[in-house]
Ligand binder design. Structure first.
Ligand code: NOJ
Length: 739
C-alpha cells in the first residue's frame, strides 16, 4: 500500500516536473524568436486576413499576398485544401526574413466536409460522446485540409430564438452549455491536448462575451445585463471551454453594458486572463476593431487600434488597423512594447504548440487529405449523431413510427432539399453525395409507395401547388409534410422579428387536414419556432433541425422506427413571439402565476405563461416510469456529498433512451434564485421492461452562486431537488445545505 502511494507520488512529481520543463522549453523557444523580430515583424504576427474563393478556386488578394511576403501578415483565414495552404505557407516560410509559418483559421463549426447536425441540434442529443466525436471528426478533416485553427465552439447562451445565431450554440442553459462547450474543445483539440497531433486543431471560444443576448434578438445589437446574470448564466460555458484548455478566444461584436467587447479591458484582461487564467490568444471578430468607430467609442482608426490592443486584444481580424497604426502608437508611447511583445508571444506560442515551427507543412499532406475527408467512418458518425439529435414533439395516437410499405405522400419543398440539410456555417460541405429526405424515404419505402408533391415553397405566398399536393395526399395512407425555414434564415445576420413557419406552409397543412388522414410534420429549422398552429393541426411533429450530410437517412430511420428518437430540447419553444425571452430558469416574482388572485399576478392576459414545448422535453416511441427520488441523506454538509437516485423503467414495447435530468431550487437566499436549475443529466438506454437506477452526486459547490455582495459561494438552507424527463415533468424531494 505504502509502496503504491510512493509510486503514485513519484509519477505525479515526475509528470509535473516534465510538464514544467516542457513549458519552460516552450517559453524559451518563443522568446528566442521574439528576440529576433523587428517591431514591424511583431505587428505582422498580430494581423489576420481572409482568403477568398473564386469560381476558379481559392484566391488571395494580391495585397495580402504581399503582406505575407513582407512579414506584415502572419495569419490567414478561410484558406483551406492542402495545395492552396501549402502555396501560401511557402510564401511565409521561403520569402520572409524570419520564416515564421502562418496560422490557418476557418469556421469549422459542425463539420468540415462531412457535415454534422447544426450545433443546436447536437446539443439536443444530450450525448457528450457524440458531440465530442463530431468535433473530433471535424478537426481531423480540417487538419487534413491544411487548417489548424477553428473558430469554434460558440459558447453563447441565448434565450432569444429571434437571434439567428441560436443555431450555432447549445441553447439556453448554462450547465448543459458548459458540458457541451468542454466536449467540443476536447473534440477539436484532442483529449491530451497535443495540438501538434495532425487530427486536432486549435479551438477558439467565441464570442466573448454575451453575444447571445442582443436586445430584441437583433444580431450585433447592444447587450445590457447585470453582472450577476452575466456571471451566473452567460460566463459558465466560456469558462468551461477555457478550463478544457481551449487556447484561443474570439471577442464578440456587441457592446456589453455600454463597452464594446473588442476594447473591453474588464472582460479581456480582468475576467479572461486574471480571473479565468486564460493563457492563449485573443482574436477580434471580423473587422470589429474598425467597428469601434461605429460604436462611437473611437474617433478614428488609430484610436480604435489603441483601445483594442491595450484592452488585451492580441490579433486584429481583417480591419487592417493594427497594421496601419500600431507602429506609430508604440513610437508615441500610447502602446507599450511590453504589450506588443506579450501579444506576439501568445501568437508564437500557439504556432509552436501546433508544431508549425518544427514542420510548417505538418497539415499539408495530400494522401491524408484524400484518406480522411468524407471517409465512411466519418459519415457514419454524422449519421449516428443526426439520429440522436431529432426531437419528437408530438405523436398523437402513435401515428409514428411509419410502417414500411405504407403509401406516403411526401409534401414540401424542404423534403427534396439536400442544401438545407447542411444548415448554415457548413465550412467546405456541399450537396454532392448528400441525399435529400425524399431520396431516403423513397429508397426505404419504395418509389411506388412514396410519392412527392412540392405543395408550396419554403418562402413566398403562392398557393399554386396546393391542388397537386392535395391530389397526392388523397392517394396516400399518411402524409409526411416537410416544412420549416430556409437554412439561411438562421446563422449570422439572420434575426427574425417573427418566429412562425414562413410563407404559406402552415396554410397547406391546414388544407391537408380536411382529408382526415394522419399528418406527420417534419420540421427543418435552426431556431425554436412558434408552432402553436402546427401543434393543433398535425398528428405528429418531429423536430429535425438541419441534420447534416446524412440527415435524410437519419430522419428516415426515426420516422420508420429503425431508431427510437431520444433527443431533448436544449431550448424552450415559446407559444408566440411575445413571450420571448422565455426560459425554464426564470425567477419568481412577488406575484407568481400560481397565486389564486384572478388578476394581479405576473402573467399575460392573452396567452398562458407556459411554453409550448419546455426545455428538456422530447418524446420516445416507448414510455418510461420514474420512481420516487431517494436521497442518501437529506442533509448536505460542507466538503461532503449526497447521492440522489431514481429508478427508471422502460414500460413500453421497444428499446429506448431517456435523458434523466436533475434540477435544484434554492428556496431562500439573499438574492432571488431561479425556480429551477439543471445540475446534472444522464442519458441511459433501456430494453423493454428493463429498469436502471440512476444516481447523481451532489456537492455544495454545485449550489454556489453570486451572492448579494457579489462573492461566489453557497448559503445554507433548504433546497428542492427534482428529477425528471424534462424541466416541467419531474419528481420532487428536498434537502438542506448545512453550515
Ligand atoms: C464573423 C462571425 O461572427 C465569427 O463567428 C466568425 O468566426 C468570423 N466572422 C470569421 O468568419
Amino acid at each position: 500500500m505504502k509502496k503504491t502511494t510512493l509510486l503514485v507520488a513519484f509519477l505525479l512529481a515526475t509528470t509535473s516536473m516534465h510538464l514544467i520543463a516542457q513549458d519552460q522549453r516552450l517559453e524559451q523557444r518563443v522568446d528566442s524568436v521574439l528576440h529576433l523580430m523587428t517591431l514591424q515583424e511583431k505587428i505582422g504576427q498580430l494581423v489576420l486576413y481572409t482568403s477568398d474563393w473564386a469560381v476558379t478556386g481559392p484566391t488571395l488578394n494580391e495585397g495580402y499576398m504581399n503582406d505575407i511576403r513582407n512579414g506584415n501578415c502572419g495569419n490567414i483565414f478561410n484558406a483551406h485544401s492542402v495545395d492552396y495552404v501549402r502555396k501560401l505557407q511557402k510564401i511565409a516560410v521561403n520569402d520572409t526574413r524570419l520564416h515564421i509559418p502562418l496560422l490557418f483559421g476557418y469556421d469549422v463549426i459542425h463539420g468540415y466536409k462531412t457535415i454534422f447536425p447544426i450545433p443546436l441540434a447536437e446539443a439536443a442529443t444530450w450525448d457528450l460522446f457524440q458531440i465530442q466525436r463530431a468535433a473530433h471528426v471535424a478537426a481531423s478533416e480540417a487538419a487534413a485540409a491544411g487548417v489548424n485553427w477553428t473558430y469554434a465552439p460558440m459558447c453563447d447562451i441565448t434565450v432569444d430564438p429571434r437571434w439567428g445565431r441560436v443555431m450555432e450554440g447549445a441553447g439556453e442553459d448554462p450547465y448543459l452549455g458548459s458540458q457541451v462547450a468542454a466536449a467540443r474543445v476536447h473534440g477539436f483539440q484532442g483529449m491530451n491536448n497535443n495540438l501538434a497531433d495532425t487530427s486536432t486543431v486549435l479551438a477558439c471560444v467565441k464570442h466573448f462575451a454575451g453575444y447571445g443576448a442582443p436586445l430584441g434578438g437583433r444580431d450585433y445589437n447592444s447587450v445590457d445585463m447585470s453582472e450577476r446574470t452575466f456571471r451566473d448564466v452567460y460566463l459558465p460555458p466560456y469558462e468551461a471551454a477555457i478550463k478544457a484548455d481551449a487556447m484561443s478566444v474570439m471577442t464578440a461584436f456587441n457592446s456589453l453594458n455600454d463597452v464594446p467587447c473588442t476594447e473591453n479591458k474588464w472582460l479581456l484582461t480582468d475576467v479572461l486572463r486574471n480571473e479565468l487564467g486564460f493563457k492563449g490568444l485573443v482574436v477580434s471578430d471580423y473587422n470589429a476593431v474598425e467597428e469601434l468607430i461605429n460604436h462611437g467609442v473611437a474617433a478614428n482608426g488609430k484610436q480604435a487600434a489603441e483601445l483594442a490592443i491595450n484592452a488585451g486584444m492580441d490579433m486584429d481580424m481583417q480591419s487592417t488597423l493594427y497594421q496601419k497604426h500600431l507602429k506609430q502608437l508604440v513610437e508615441e508611447g500610447k502602446v507599450s512594447m511590453a504589450t506588443i511583445d506579450e501579444a506576439v508571444r501568445r501568437v508564437l506560442r500557439v504556432k509552436f504548440m501546433l508544431g508549425l515551427f518544427d514542420n510548417p507543412y505538418l497539415y499539408c499532406n495530400n494522401a491524408r487529405e484524400k484518406r480522411v475527408i468524407e471517409s465512411p467512418a466519418n459519415m457514419k458518425a454524422a449519421y449516428e449523431e443526426a439520429q440522436r439529435s431529432l426531437v419528437l414533439l408530438k405523436n398523437k395516437n402513435n401515428v409514428l413510427p411509419l410502417r414500411k410499405g405504407e403509401r406516403l405522400a411526401v409534401i414540401g419543398q424542404l423534403a427534396t432539399s439536400s442544401n438545407d440539410l447542411l444548415g448554415a456555417w457548413r465550412a467546405d460541405g456541399d450537396t454532392i453525395g448528400v441525399p435529400s429526405l425524399f431520396d431516403e424515404l423513397r429508397k426505404y419505402n419504395g418509389s411506388k409507395n412514396t410519392i412527392y408533391a412540392e405543395g408550396c415553397q419554403k418562402e413566398g405566398y403562392s398557393k399554386k401547388g396546393f391542388p397537386a399536393a392535395i391530389a397526392a395526399a388523397q392517394k396516400a395512407d399518411k402524409i409526411v409534410l416537410v416544412i420549416g425555414e430556409d437554412c439561411n434564415w438562421t446563422g449570422e445576420a439572420a434575426s427574425r422579428a417573427n418566429i412562425k413557419v414562413p410563407g404559406v406552409q402552415t396554410d397547406l397543412l391546414a388544407k391537408l387536414t380536411a382529408l382526415h388522414k394522419p399528418i406527420v410534420v417534419v420540421l427543418m429549422n435552426g431556431r425554436p419556432l412558434d408552432l402553436s398552429r402546427e401543434d393543433t393541426l398535425a398528428d405528429a411533429i418531429l423536430e429535425t433541425w438541419y441534420a447534416g450530410s446524412r440527415g435524410g437517412k437519419a430522419i428516415t430511420s426515426v420516422l420508420f422506427g429503425e431508431y427510437n428518437p431520444s433527443g431533448k430540447l436544449p431550448i424552450t419553444f415559446p407559444r408566440c413571439v411575445g413571450q420571448i425571452p422565455l426560459f425554464y430558469y426564470e425567477k419568481n416574482t412577488g406575484r407568481p402565476i400560481y397565486l389564486p388572485d384572478p388578476k394581479y399576478k405576473s402573467r399575460y392576459i392573452d396567452c398562458p405563461n407556459t411554453p409550448l414545448f419546455p426545455f428538456g422535453f422530447g418524446l420516445s416511441y416507448t414510455t418510461f416510469h420514474f420512481s420516487d427520488i431517494t436521497l442518501s441523506n437529506n442533509k448536505l454538509y460542507p466538503n461532503d456529498s449526497i447521492q440522489a437516485s431514481v429508478t427508471v423503467t422502460n414500460t413500453g414495447k421497444r428499446e429506448g433512451e431517456e435523458v434523466v435530468q436533475l434540477y435544484i431550487h434554492d428556496l431562500v437566499a439573499d438574492v432571488v434564485r431561479p425556480v429551477k436549475q439543471l445540475k446534472g443529466f444522464h442519458k441511459i438506454s433501456l430494453q423493454p421492461g428493463e429498469s436502471k437506477k440512476v444516481t447523481f452526486t451532489l456537492t455544495p459547490d454545485m449550489l454556489a452562486f453570486y451572492r448579494l455582495n457579489m462573492t461566489y459561494g453557497t448559503e445554507p438552507g433548504k433546497f428542492d431537488l427534482f428529477i425528471g424527463d424534462s424541466s416541467d415533468h419531474v419528481n420532487q424531494t428536498s434537502f438542506t445545505l448545512e453550515k
